[in-house]
Design a protein around this ligand. Structure first.
Ligand SMILES: CC(C)(COP(=O)(O)OP(=O)(O)OC[C@H]1O[C@@H](n2cnc3c(N)ncnc32)[C@H](O)[C@@H]1OP(=O)(O)O)[C@@H](O)C(=O)NCCC(=O)NCCS
Length: 210
């Protein structure tokens, strides 16, 4: 999607930035992990295919993605952005006849960053962006039956299990954004700021001094 090509979402522990070509080598390294391939139901890609994928995420209007950066680390201008990468978060508009429905995916690729509240923070940030900027009214998450951590996280975020597919060994959870859900989300995420990515890149240190 073009809409977020210069958007930075500023959270407590993380910032979300558009997925750029400079992120691809690290992303490609992550996706060589059999554990991540299994947990995210992904096929390994060549580096060239990964660059094509990055371009398609940027160009195609049914996909919105952000790279998750460690905010504290990124605020240190001596650290390369690629070194601050923690994972990614995506929205897919899966039904061309209903642009208010989005499938949500999150990956904290760096194991040392898991279990620290980052998955929950990022998921809520993306939901808030989806609701306010893309008009999403229903979120879906498709998760491997064995991925109890992810299932538990989405249930904590008030998603309800709607179906189980034993053939693909996955569950589908959903959250409809009615008015109380919307109000709670906006309230919980009142700290999140939307900024100009390129401008913030040149003043990174200011993010943690505000
Ligand atoms: C699933 C994932 C996104 C969760 O993110 P995270 O940052 O590790 O999770 P958080 O610390 O924000 O915790 C969120 C919830 O997940 C659950 N959780 C986290 N770690 C857990 C663990 N070790 N065991 C059981 N549940 C756990 C809890 O319900 C937790 O809520 P709580 O803190 O209120 O108890 C992350 O672990 C991940 O990306 N894993 C690898 C890829 C993956 O599985 N992606 C999802 C594909 S659908």
């Amino acid at each position: 999607m073009k809409i977020n090509e210069n958007t930075l979402l500023d959270g407590h522990k993380v910032v979300l930035v558009p997925y750029n070509a400079e992120h691809v080598p690290r992303y490609h390294e992550w996706m060589k992990s059999p554990e991540l391939q299994q947990l995210t139901a992904s096929e390994p890609l060549t580096l060239e295919q990964e660059y094509d994928m990055q371009r398609s995420w940027r160009e195609e209007s049914d996909k919105c993605t952000f790279i998750i950066l460690d905010k504290q680390q990124w605020a240190d201008t001596s650290v390369e952005e690629e070194q601050c990468m923690v994972g990614d978060v995506n929205l897919f508009l899966t039904d061309p006849t209903d642009l208010s429905l989005a499938e949500l995916e999150v990956m904290i690729a760096e194991p040392s960053y898991r279990g620290k509240g980052i998955g929950k923070e990022v998921t809520r940030m993306m939901m808030c962006y989806g609701v306010t900027k893309l008009g999403i009214q229903k979120f879906q998450a498709k998760i491997g039956l064995d991925n109890q951590v992810s299932i538990s996280m989405f249930k904590k975020l008030h998603f309800q299990q709607v179906s189980v597919c034993h053939v693909f060994r996955e569950v589908t959870l959903e959250l409809t954004v009615d008015e109380p859900v919307r109000m709670r989300l906006l309230d919980d995420m009142a700290f999140m700021k939307e900024r100009d990515y390129r401008q913030t890149c040149s003043n990174r240190q200011e993010l943690v001094s505000q």
